[in-house]
Design a protein around this ligand. Structure first.
Ligand code: PMV
Length: 344
């Protein structure tokens, strides 16, 4: 048995979000997206050699490592096949994966999980990858947002412009790229958990249905200008300029989801209550701006030194089950061997 490699990658929160694809199988997004890589919400994955000739895939259930099952296992197995064929290496792998997300938080872990898996697998198969190369491998997992977790700090993932023949661009044109590193701006993501269950509709189905919304085109047309202004605001560290763009984009994504066919309603009453509390905080001079992914939980973006007070305010909103304080973080880390204490 080899010592293998392990990788830790953090989740990211999109300021301007990926919603809808030109080519969903190849994960070519219809619009560019912009995100902040986090630090607490992260995944660690170790990959080495199994005892026998079959892949072994285990996930941590909060107590110990157990055999992965169902669609969770099949998505990982499919990505291992993809990576083996990319590198022309045909050997079975043993995979152990664990999320550092607070248990039952109802937060999507596919971005950090697939980015960590891609980094550990690439190293274990003898083709270590970081930066743009890792972004490209992680994107092909099917979770497009994983492409952005290949970098720390503030990250932009470009759109797939359709060429005149109507073909999607080359894969090589699609890696995410850093806008500024993590130490550029100490922002917090204060996450109000209003529902800790699994998503009612997957983001994959959301991307698929997005094009059926009468508002999909309008959002796409607004994106290039919104992206320019958001990138400028990140570079200049101007939250007053960035915040309204973040909130507008999230509300528009959910408007597209709610008007898709069939419609998707991710919000819960407490989602709206948290949005109201964030607006009330701003009226008292607190620079805090809300965003929601494909789910009911609310991420509040604010200067890190306001994180504690905002967390306290959000914890008092009816229907909020718990609050997680996260902040901007660095790129994935890959190391030889297994993490201390793992039964690799
Ligand atoms: O990475 P996916 O395919 O799960 O899609 C991500 C969708 C959003 O989280 C809603 C937006 C984003 O850009 O992260």
């Amino acid at each position: 048995m080899s010592a293998g490699f392990h990788a830790r990658a953090a989740a990211n929160i999109a300021f301007l979000k990926y919603w809808g694809a030109i080519d969903l199988d190849r994960v070519v997004p219809a619009n560019a997206s912009l995100s902040m890589t986090l630090s607490v919400c992260a995944s660690t994955c170790w990959i080495g050699s199994p005892g026998g000739n079959e892949d072994e895939i285990l996930r941590h259930d909060g107590v110990s490592f157990v055999a992965a099952e169902g669609s969770f296992r099949s998505r990982i197995a499919a990505h291992l096949d993809r990576l083996r064929s990319r590198f022309g290496v045909d050997r079975p792998l043993r995979v152990l994966t664990r999320n550092a997300f607070p248990a039952a938080a109802g937060l999507a872990s596919s971005a950090s999980g697939f980015c960590a898996l891609s980094a550990a697998a690439a190293a274990a198969l003898g083709h270590p990858a970081e930066g743009a190369a890792l972004s490209e491998l992680a994107r092909r997992s099917g979770s497009g947002s994983a492409a952005r977790s290949a970098f720390g700090g503030f990250v932009r993932w470009p759109a797939g412009d359709v060429d005149p023949e109507g073909a999607a661009p080359d894969d090589s044109e699609l890696p995410a790229a850093p806008v500024t590193p993590a130490n550029h701006w100490d922002l917090a993501d204060v996450i109000a958990i209003v529902d800790d269950g699994p998503k009612t509709v997957s983001s994959l189905d959301g991307h698929r249905r997005a094009v059926t919304s009468p508002h999909f085109r309008a959002r796409l047309e607004a994106m290039p200008d919104r992206m320019r202004r958001a990138v400028d605001a990140v570079r200049a560290r101007e939250l007053d300029a960035l915040g309204p763009l973040i909130e507008a984009d999230a509300i528009e994504l959910h408007a597209v989801a709610m008007t898709s066919s069939p419609p998707i309603h991710y919000w819960r009453p407490a989602t709206v209550a948290v949005l109201e509390r964030v607006r009330a905080l701003r009226e008292t001079g607190v620079p805090a701006w809300a965003t929601m992914d494909a789910g009911p939980n609310v991420h509040v973006i604010a200067p890190h030194d306001r994180s504690g007070a905002i967390a306290q305010a959000l914890a008092g909103v009816d229907g909020v089950q718990r609050v997680i304080e996260d902040r901007v973080g660095g790129p994935p880390v890959v190391r030889e061997g297994s993490p201390a204490g793992w039964p690799a």
